[in-house]
Design a protein around this ligand. Structure first.
Ligand SMILES: C[S@@+](CC[C@H](N)C(=O)[O-])C[C@H]1O[C@@H](n2cnc3c(N)ncnc32)[C@H](O)[C@@H]1O
Length: 354
């Protein structure tokens, strides 16, 4: 197990807004030890426990309650982070978290400073103040950059600066880290001594949808009468790596759409678009609970299976998923692309000597 070179101890991290543990996978694979988790959704908690109890038994120290259900007041496997006293959280080297993005209070703005109280970022900040982790490692949707006219991101960076951290951020795309998914996310890194150099990240050529497909499975296949494949000469690989090749025979957008533009992806609502398997897959969404986008392999049009979605996000075959298919889709759409988080953490270790 890799140890922290400066003090001979293992590098420790906490997993806030942990979901099903994407950060946990990426960091523990590189020798770091998880010492605290917060996640309030019972279905995610169950998956988290099923996957990490054997490797991180200390987080799950308390016995299940007499009702047989997992006890949710375990101090190291917390539920609602807003109910936690930051002082009770163990010391750690790296604070990881993909907190939901919320606008900050207008009243703070009027008083000339940012008021983050009542938001989940405020809790991240309070934990940072109390525990002074060496590195803050945050992941969020790309939209955070534009949220509230750019003010939300500005306030986050400013607040971290105010408590002595230097901040760095960049929009990264999972497809640049060897996955078959076009998934853009903002990564924010903070450290007291120096900024993070994103240019040192090791990128890897994107995979294609065809590389992660299973040969057999319970495929959801679309009837040929319900879709149109556009002529091959009109298929164009977009900058994102997606190849739009057809659409479901549903009504197209009306506003501002010119006649004979059916071959353009943007005139079709996202769930009606069909993508060719020689390209990348669109971002797995968390809201889409009935399955994923349609893909075309030259013969049939179908959706990715649950297993293929987990592969697309870089989860190992051995990962124990929820028994509930709807939860599975929601959880994997909410999760991080593991290879991208791994690549960032590799550089965090390198650049901050962890
Ligand atoms: C975008 S997901 C993060 C997923 C995670 N990074 C992963 O790899 O699976 C945000 C998570 O925060 C959790 N969450 C939201 N509010 C919370 C709170 N107050 N306390 C604890 N968890 C919370 C949600 O249940 C959700 O699972």
């Amino acid at each position: 197990m890799k140890t922290n070179e400066s003090n001979g101890k293992k590098t420790t991290f906490i997993d806030l807004f942990a979901g099903i543990g994407g950060f946990h996978f990426a960091l523990s694979k590189q020798g770091a030890e998880c010492v605290y988790v917060s996640e309030w959704d019972n279905e995610c908690r169950k998956v988290y426990e099923d996957n990490f109890k054997s490797t991180s038994p200390d987080i799950f120290k308390l016995e299940p309650s007499s009702s047989g259900k997992a006890s949710f007041d375990q101090p190291l496997f917390a539920g609602d982070i807003t109910k936690v006293d930051p002082k009770t959280i163990p010391n750690h080297d790296v604070l990881c978290g993909g907190f939901p993005c919320q606008p900050f209070s207008i009243s703070g703005k009027q008083r000339g400073f940012a008021d983050t109280r009542g938001t989940l970022f405020f809790n991240v900040l309070e934990i940072t103040k109390a525990k002074q982790p060496k590195v803050i490692f945050l992941e969020n949707v790309k939209h955070l950059k534009y949220h509230d006219g750019g003010r939300t991101l500005k306030v986050i960076l400013q607040e971290l600066n105010n408590i002595g951290y230097k901040t760095s951020w960049k929009i990264l795309n999972a497809k640049d880290f060897g996955t078959a998914q076009n998934r853009e996310r903002i990564i924010i890194i903070a450290n007291k001594e120096k900024e993070f150099d994103f240019s040192k990240l090791e990128t890897k050529e994107s995979k294609l949808i065809k590389d992660i497909l299973d040969k057999n499975g319970n495929f959801e296949i679309l009837d040929p009468k319900d879709y149109t494949i556009i002529p091959k000469e009109l298929w164009k690989k977009q900058e994102s790596g997606l190849i739009f090749c057809g659409y479901r025979n549903k009504s197209i957008r009306k506003a501002g759409v010119r006649p004979n533009t059916e071959h353009l992806s943007r005139v079709h609502k996202q769930p009606n678009r069909i993508y060719y398997i020689e390209g990348t897959h669109p971002t797995l969404p968390s809201q889409e609970t009935t399955g994923r986008f349609w893909i075309y392999d030259g013969k049939i049009v179908r959706k990715l299976t649950v297993d293929e979605c987990y592969k697309l996000q870089g989860f190992p075959k051995s990962f124990k998923k929820s028994k509930n298919t709807t939860s599975c889709y929601k959880q994997i759409g909410n999760s991080v692309a593991i290879p991208m988080i791994e690549a960032v953490y590799k550089q965090i270790k390198e650049q901050y000597n962890l």
